[in-house]
Design a protein around this ligand. Structure first.
Ligand SMILES: [Zn+2]
Length: 87
């Protein structure tokens, strides 16, 4: 099974950064932010076997893309909070 590690990085960074923002944090906006950030970052696939996924994630997290991830997540928060898809 393949998973895109970038989704985990974006998830983590997004919830970390959103603590400092007053914007809407509903499911719709969170998904939009995630999609926005992920579309601007390279996919980073790892293969997983039953049970081994967690050690792989921890190892991979050591090498997570720092600056690009940070920028993409901040832009995503800004973009989506200014253009909410719901009222
Ligand atoms: Zn929302």
């Amino acid at each position: 099974m393949l998973i895109n590690m970038m989704e985990h990085y974006v998830d983590e960074k997004l919830s970390e950064r959103l603590k400092n923002y007053e914007c809407c944090k509903c499911e719709i906006c969170m998904e939009d932010m995630k999609a926005y950030a992920l579309n601007r970052l390279p996919a980073k696939y790892v293969s997983t076997v039953n049970g081994q996924i967690f050690t792989r994630i921890n190892q991979e997290l050591e090498n997570q893309p720092g600056v690009d991830l940070e920028i993409a997540v901040l832009q995503a928060i800004q973009f989506v909070s200014e253009r909410k898809r719901h009222s």
